[in-house]
Design a protein around this ligand. Sequence first.
Ligand code: F6R
Length: 261
Amino acid sequence: MDVVIVPTPAEVGERAAEVTARLLRAAGSEAVLGVATGSSPLGLYAGLAERVRAGELDLSRASAFALDEYVGLPDGHPESYREVVRRTVTEPLGMDPARVHVPDGQAADLDAACVRYERAIAESGGVDVQIVGVGVNGHIGFNEPATSLASRTRVELLTDDTRRANSRFFASIDEVPRRAVTQGLGTILDARHVVLVATGSAKADAVTAVVEGPVGARRPGSVLQLHPEVTVVVDEEAAAGLELADYYCQMTDAREALLGD
Ligand code: F6R
């Protein structure tokens, strides 16, 4: 795991955008991007959008797959992830809406929709760069504690912690759906590279669990320790619990000096 610690949330966005843009360019014009919603990746998406505007990155033939979607929100609901992805990813990054996929949270047969989503990811050739945030309880995607580390796309019951955290996007917690369709941990591990972004002191415990373990279903994001290509970009507040923070900074310096990375 490459753990990059920067002073501020703005620098998290910029640094993560730099890493992601480099990986997307290397993947070619038909790169496949995995996208998280929520607050954490907004700076990263803004950084990618800047590069698209400047002509340094072209995502017009790239595809995207969202990590998750609430079950049961009606078409056009502003907090449905279909809408959030349209506003924060598809439009600002100049992507073709036909190539941007979000799980179907309204399907009459949700299990069949999950199988179709897995198939669509596989048929695209697989995700080149998966962006993830982490929940205060250590979830990635909506893989809540006790998720199988090998899980695939499925319907998940959201924890009270997650519904409380996400109630900031709704008029009240009662409006936050109780279920979501989410890519599984096994699905996320299939991505060729994972970029995790987190900011703020509320994420410090979760970041420590993800980076320094132990690996286990109590903190589902810790499964990323099993993936060989993960970049974690966090601000100092989110890194506050990392026992080996000094070492990660030395590794970042060494990588930059020796590898020009
Ligand atoms: C959203 C997702 C979630 C969020 C996590 C952090 O698509 O998959 O795992 O990344 O809940 O949310 P924020 O960034 O809003 O704190």
